[in-house]
Design a protein around this ligand. Structure first.
Ligand SMILES: Nc1ncnc2c1ncn2[C@@H]1O[C@H](COP(=O)(O)OP(=O)(O)OP(=O)(O)O)[C@@H](O)[C@H]1O
Ligand SMILES: [Mg+2]
Length: 393
């Protein structure tokens, strides 16, 4: 075989997860032939071991008649923070994980996740969304990806992409209705699989849309990857704020730095006259934020365009960038990015991970010890119980 013959064969080797070949991508840097032996040098862009493994297999198959020496150069793997519980970070290629949580359901977590993610992407970040709401995955509809087919590469699935944001949701992996059968241990497994068995690219920020409350899903996530920031979403009425405190306490107990609070459904903008009126209240989150030594990332009004965008899979931030809401999401994302920049990359993972052993509720530990580089000092909740149904007594 000549060098040209070998290059021709290599032009049929697809780069894992993409439709283009390693030749099209320009990853083949050198090919040498000596009789029945050849030496190939590749320079690829991913540090993921499964990419190298897949390439080695494919190239060996394509050049099965030759004795192949394959030299694969790849970027240094991102620093693998150790997890205090499992000793592992399941997704080291992701720089910052943001958990979007709330004390109760229906306050706008998924809407906030989608719009903040798009706003961060529009600000130049490489962004993904993981829909960790196993029971009620709404992200596919909100991102216009309902029914979209997931591509499987080897034994892993490739994230979908919409509006420049990578997305994965159980809603895209299962038949409709199947989600109803998920139970405790299965939820934990499913969330870990969504981190480990999805071909997440190297991302600046992965937003995680959580189910409501403070239970297994939140704990599993915090034990599986370092979570750099928590975003609490709440509506402004006092009844909702009480639930919000539980969510903020949970961040504290899981040693997750709180990036801030999104006050959602804060006032109503009338579509006919454009005036803002106070339905659930407005501005009540400032005091809450102060008491947890954090900030309000944004006040999002009740705006029909937000709901319509969610239902139609046309997020307001992307489709109506001039709307008040889109501008507020952009500002909130800017604040969040600034916060993430302030969270030390080299922060010991142990300081943002729960310290209790697997299976033991984080809420059963009385008072979290103060984290090393904790960017905010949160209020200590009373006693050893948070009253959230997360298993503490
Ligand atoms: N600011 C807003 N203005 C108008 N509608 C909104 C606003 N925020 C959210 N909504 C709508 O309210 C509904 C609930 O929002 P969403 O699904 O984001 O809440 P959630 O907290 O994720 O709910 P769950 O707890 O069920 O996951 C959706 O129909 C959404 O479009
Ligand atoms: Mg939701």
């Amino acid at each position: 075989m000549t060098i040209e013959d070998i290059k021709k064969e290599l032009s049929n080797v697809q780069y894992p997860g993409f439709t283009k070949s390693i030749v099209d991508f320009g990853f083949v840097k050198d090919v040498q032939v000596n009789g029945n032996a050849c030496a190939i040098t590749l320079d690829i862009t991913s540090s993921a071991p499964e990419v190298e493994e897949a390439l080695r297999k494919d190239i060996a198959a394509k050049l099965s008649g030759l004795e192949v020496t394959l030299n694969i150069k790849k970027p240094e793997a991102p620093k693998q923070n150790s997890n205090s519980v499992s000793g592992k970070n399941m997704a080291p290629q992701i720089k910052k994980v943001v958990m979007v949580s709330s004390g109760k359901g229906g306050v706008g977590k998924s809407t906030t996740t989608v719009n903040l993610a798009i706003a961060a992407s529009m600000q130049g970040k490489r962004v993904g969304i993981l829909d960790a709401d196993i029971y009620g995955p709404n992200i596919p509809r909100m991102m216009g990806l309902n029914g979209a087919e997931v591509e499987v590469v080897g034994n892993k699935a490739k994230p979908l992409n919409a509006f420049g944001v990578d997305v994965m949701s159980m809603g895209n992996l299962m038949e409709e209705g199947q989600a109803l059968i998920w139970r405790g241990a299965m939820i934990m497994k499913a969330i870990q699989q969504l981190l480990r068995d999805i071909l997440w690219e190297e991302l600046d920020i992965l937003f995680i849309d959580m189910p409501p409350g403070t239970g297994d899903a939140q704990l599993t996530l915090a034990q599986s990857v370092p979570v750099s920031a928590g975003v609490n979403v709440t509506t402004p009425q006092h009844v909702a704020l009480d639930d919000s405190r539980r969510s903020l306490d949970m961040f504290q107990k899981l040693h997750i730095p709180v990036a801030g609070i999104v006050e959602n459904m804060s006032g109503f903008i009338c579509p006919s006259c454009n005036t803002e009126s106070d339905i659930f209240g407005m501005g009540t989150c400032d005091t809450l934020a102060d008491s947890y030594n954090t900030q309000v990332l944004g006040n999002l009004p009740i705006e029909p365009a937000i709901r319509e965008g969610g239902d139609a899979g046309k997020p307001v931030t992307y489709f109506q960038p001039e709307s008040i809401s889109a501008k507020r999401y952009m500002m909130a994302a800017e604040k969040l990015i600034a916060f993430l920049d302030s969270v030390d990359d080299n922060i010991s993972n142990e300081s943002i991970q729960p310290t209790n052993p697997p299976g033991v509720s984080a809420c059963s530990t009385a008072g979290a010890s103060s984290a090393a580089a904790k960017p905010q000092q949160t209020q200590q909740s009373s006693g050893g119980s948070c009253g959230t149904g997360c298993g503490c007594h």
